[in-house]
Design a protein around this ligand. Structure first.
Ligand code: G1P
Ligand code: ZN
Length: 542
């Protein structure tokens, strides 16, 4: 039976950079999930009888929330739900299934790389029929609806068995439990030269993939080990756990330290990689070398032609504003455009749909292409493998060759987490108040050429998005960018992005923190970070 339940609005259901994220206990409040899901459906038109994809990253509360989504979606008249077995589907695979099966949209239960468990984070995100995150027009409508909602519809049917493939009927809706890996694996086979990668592994090439006890475990086992013949044991931490084994499922040098240490040791395999909670981020390491995500985007773009899916060339490249300009140099070389967008994958959707960009990337370990409308961790790993298989070159040599051709954009990001919100906003306002005076000011050898707040005009739908990060640009192409995170759940997180360009003939082999030391100091003094936040050092450096 379909029940109509009276409810009261919550005032804090505003989707951030990537959906609604809160602590688990917050989501566990009575009606909290229900209100938000109903607000999503109330903001959409014409889904009756259509298909909705539902999956999550397996974190704590995933199963409970999926049952609620199933019952509310059925009560609201969806025709079919495609739910990942065990409640699991990686974010890029949700996008793949939405597109491949022409679904109306999808709901992803994930807080990405944020920690999980009873006191960890949880999240809900809506993706549209093109497969990507809902654009702001829709997320704004969802938020507006959530502030006015008075009732939701829900079926009182029993819970659906999530662990067995097959179809159950809930009200008038077919709920199909699907294999979360199959469609995705099939798509990867159309893009990459699986035979060449198999030959690479057969030749003794060794790899470690750290799934961080998150959603990519089943994907990596199936594709890397079962399909491509990588040795058993290549995939570590391959079983998804509700609390990610107590770790922070973010594939960076802080949280994937074991992998990093291995790759820097004499026992290092040829290639190391990791992915995050929901499988959209990636970490790429070679023997003795970390490839920054910004460099990875540039290197993949320069070598994409080695993969069958990209052999015809790239239409364009897109990167988020804080991502380094390394990809711009490759685009210039290829004679294609490089688009600069605000932070967040949703801004790439229009460019991909319009065929203006083929590859996209963000400095925050996100790389992807027009094959889906999300960033895709395992895809990036497979593209790297495809390139290494075809070129038979080490990761370090490929990087050196790249820098010798294009120059090197030394890059780092310093995060100051869990700051007082007022202090963080004050810091940003104070930076904005310096826009008039900074240009022309010299800090030692470094002269500011411009300072502004990044604003984006979408060339496809004409929309404008303002205040997307404070940029301080220096003569010679160096830059410091400041923005506040839109995904954190505690206080404010200040992200400081620091970049300096070294031409091909310059000193290309330095440690990034050393190469950027001047600008790191400047990033602290210009923003008065210590005075305003009490912090003398960042919490995370990537
Ligand atoms: C962060 C990253 C951003 C990414 C987002 C979702 O957002 O910086 O690039 O798209 O997570 O994975 P932020 O917390 O900075 O708003
Ligand atoms: Zn993620």
């Amino acid at each position: 039976m379909i029940l109509t339940i009276d409810t009261k609005p919550f005032d804090d259901q505003k989707p951030g950079t990537s959906g609604l994220r809160k602590k688990v206990p917050h989501f566990q409040q009575p009606h909290y999930v229900e209100n938000f899901i109903q607000s999503i459906f109330d903001s959409l038109d014409g889904y009756e009888g259509k298909t909705l994809v539902v999956g999550g990253d397996g974190r704590y509360y995933n199963r409970e929330a999926i049952q609620k989504v199933i019952k509310i979606a059925a009560a609201n008249g969806f025709g079919r739900l495609l739910v990942g077995r065990g409640g699991l589907i990686s974010t890029p695979a949700v996008s793949c299934i939405i597109r491949g099966r022409q679904a109306f949209g999808g709901i992803i239960l994930s807080a990405s790389h944020n920690p999980g468990g009873p006191d960890g984070d949880f999240g809900v995100k809506y993706n549209i029929g093109a497969g990507g995150p809902a654009p702001e027009k829709i997320t704004d409508a969802i938020f507006a609806r959530s502030k006015a909602i008075a009732r939701y519809k829900i079926s009182d049917a029993p819970d659906v068995e999530l662990d067995r493939l097959g179809v159950t009927r809930v009200e008038n809706t077919d709920v199909e439990i699907v294999d979360p890996v199959a469609d995705y694996k099939a798509l990867m086979k159309t893009l990459f030269d699986f035979e060449a990668i198999e030959d690479l592994f057969a030749s003794g090439f060794k790899m470690r993939f750290d799934a961080m006890h998150a959603v990519t475990g089943p994907y990596a086992h199936a594709i890397l080990e079962d399909e491509l013949g990588a040795a058993r044991g290549t995939v570590v931490n391959g079983t998804p756990l509700p609390d990610f084994g107590g770790h922070h499922p973010d594939p960076n040098l802080t949280y994937a330290k074991d992998l990093y240490d291995l790759m820097m040791s004499p026992e290092a395999p040829n290639f190391g990689a990791a992915s995050d909670g929901d499988g959209d981020r990636n970490l790429i390491l070679g023997r003795g070398i970390f490839i920054t995500p910004s460099d990875s985007l540039a290197m993949l773009a320069a070598n994409a032609k080695h993969a069958p899916g990209y052999a015809k060339g790239l239409a364009g490249i897109a990167r988020s504003m804080p991502t380094s300009a390394a990809a711009d140099r490759v685009a210039a070389h290829l004679g294609i455009k490089c688009y600069e967008t605000p932070t967040g994958w949703k801004f790439f959707g229009n460019l991909l749909d319009a065929g203006l960009a083929t590859l996209c990337g963000e400095e925050s370990s996100g790389t992807g292409s027009n094959h889906v409308r999300e960033k895709d961790g395992l895809w990036a790993v497979l593209l790297w493998l495809n390139i290494l298989a075809k070129r038979r070159i080490s990761v370090a040599d490929l990087a050196r060759e790249h820098w010798a051709t294009y120059g090197r954009n030394y890059y780092t990001r310093h995060d100051y987490e869990e700051l007082d919100l007022g202090a963080a906003n004050g810091l940003m306002d104070a930076l904005r108040s310096q826009f008039a005076t900074l240009p022309g000011t010299a800090f030692g050898a470094h002269k500011v050429s411009a300072a502004d707040d990044f604003a984006y005009h979408d060339p496809v739908d004409g929309s404008d998005t303002e205040k997307q990060g404070v940029r301080i640009m220096f003569e010679g192409g160096s830059r410091i960018v400041y923005r506040l995170s839109g995904t954190g759940t505690v206080g404010a997180t200040l992200r400081v992005y620091i970049e300096r360009y070294e031409p091909p003939a310059g000193n290309l082999g330095q440690d990034a923190q050393a190469a950027l030391a001047d600008f790191i100091q400047l990033s602290r003094s210009i923003a008065e970070i210590e005075k305003r936040t009490g912090r003398t050092a960042p919490s995370v450096i990537t």
